[in-house]
Ligand binder design. Structure first.
Ligand code: ZN
Ligand code: ZN
Length: 143
């Protein structure tokens, strides 16, 4: 008998922005959530850290509002990889990111996900973590 786990079935998560102009979903292989403590993610999220849910590969589908999406290519990243940050052009909510280094990767921002209760598995750039943020996990993130 084989003890190998079968590959997981594709998962779908749905996200909406505050003005509801954008409704999108991602279907794909769920790699779980990570917290990112880097200063660029802090600024982009307006918070002490970003809560990012990763799909690799993931497929993005817009129920509505694809034309409302704006993109900022963040080239000054700590990893050195450019990040395409996508947000609502009307209300400014961060929606998802892509990283050209990882083809097929879709990173959804956890704050805009509907009914999402998955605890992050990993943290990125812990050296930049605000000292008052509690322990979430000790695992280092990798894809
Ligand atoms: Zn919006
Ligand atoms: Zn980051």
């Amino acid at each position: 008998m084989s003890t190998k786990k079968p590959s997981p079935p594709p998962t779908t998560l749905t996200a909406t922005c505050n003005c509801a102009a954008i409704q999108l979903s991602v279907t794909g292989i769920d790699k779980g959530s990570v917290l990112c403590h880097c200063s660029n993610c802090r600024r982009a999220s307006g918070s002490a850290f970003a809560y990012n849910h990763r799909f690799l590969p993931g497929e993005l589908t817009f129920a509505k509002g694809e034309e409302a999406i704006r993109q900022y290519v963040d080239t000054n990243t700590k990893s050195g990889n450019p990040l395409e940050r996508h947000f609502c052009g009307t209300c400014g909510c961060p929606m998802f990111m892509k990283n050209p280094q990882f083809k097929g990767l879709i990173v959804l921002h956890g704050g805009s996900l509907e009914d999402h209760r998955v605890q992050p598995r990993q943290e990125l750039f812990i050296e930049d973590k605000r000292p008052w943020v509690g322990e979430v996990t000790s695992k280092k993130a990798k894809l």
